[in-house]
Every structure is written in structure tokens, then in C-alpha cells.
Write a protein that binds this ligand. Sequence first.
Ligand SMILES: C[C@H](O)[C@H](O)[C@H]1CNC2=NC(N)=NC(=O)C2=N1
Length: 103
Amino acid sequence: MTDAQRKLSAAEVAEAGLTGWRQAGEALAATFRTRKFSTGLELVNRIGASAEEANHHPDLTLTYPEVGVTLSSHDVGGITSRDIDLARTVSGHAADLGVAAAE
Ligand SMILES: C[C@H](O)[C@H](O)[C@H]1CNC2=NC(N)=NC(=O)C2=N1
């Protein structure tokens, strides 16, 4: 089993210090206040490109005012370093677009 397949404890997830993200059961979740559908679509497209590059895919909800992102590692049924890494990437895309996460 590689480190990327090791399920992280809640303490390890908290130690990752992900701003704007919360643990929801066996997943990480964040809501980004895009405020415009076009901005949300751009964010979703950037997330999608990074997900394909990482071969690790979130669940996404695109609405007019916001984008919801949920991350978990399906193969182990929990949160791994893959989810932490992609969460950081997603937060970076949001920051690039001037979009804040709902706290
Ligand atoms: C075959 C393919 O590599 C796997 O199904 C990948 C695809 N994307 C994935 N995404 C997520 N979130 N978890 C996975 O276990 C996963 N596995």
C-alpha cells in the first residue's frame, strides 16, 4: 500500500491546514462563492483539468452563485493525500479567480 492509498485520520486531515475546507464524513468539502455562473463554470473547468491531470476526481455542484466541491478517495473509501493535494490545487484555482471559500 502506497502513502497515497493510506486513509488519513481526522487529526491528520486537520493538520493539513486546508483553509475553507471541512471534513464531512469520509470526504473533504468546500463551497466557493463564485457569485456568477460564468465564473463558476471557469472554476469547474480548471478543476476538471487538474483532476484529469492527477487522475483523481471530485464531485462538483455548479449553481448560479457557487460551486460545491467534495473530495474522497473512492478506492479506499476515505480521505488520502490525493484528496489533500487536489484540495490545495482547487483552492489555488479559486484564489486565481478571486473567489473566496465559504467559511
Ligand atoms: C481507473 C481510474 O484510475 C480510477 O478509477 C481513479 C479515477 N479517479 C478517482 N477519483 C477519486 N476521487 N478516487 C479514486 O479512487 C479514483 N480512481
